[in-house]
Unconditional design. Structure first.
Length: 94
């Protein structure tokens, strides 16, 4: 559904991830869903998910660092395509 489904259905799945990227990426099967949503979401959806990963938690810790060091979340971060999307999403930022 995420890769080949209707954009409206995909958007419903992606919307469920907002605010939950880190905990979902840390789950064995949900991490695959996070990766697919970032890769196949619309430009705005990808940017919003990537922005969430680049933020810090309320206690000041790095979400991206937590993902890189987690056994499942690191697979989301290792995707070459995902890194390319990070670059594209923020190529014009400050």
């Amino acid at each position: 559904m995420i890769e080949k489904g209707d954009p409206e259905d995909r958007s419903l799945v992606v919307a469920k991830l907002y605010g939950q990227v880190l905990p979902l990426a840390q789950q064995k099967f949900a991490s695959n869903v996070v990766e697919k949503c970032v890769i196949h979401g619309s430009e705005e959806e990808r940017r919003r998910l990537i922005d969430e990963v680049l933020k810090t938690t309320p206690d000041g810790s790095s979400i991206i660092k937590a993902m890189l060091t987690h056994p499942y979340a690191n697979y989301v971060m290792q995707s070459e395509r995902l890194w390319g999307l990070f670059v594209l999403a923020h190529q014009y930022d400050g």
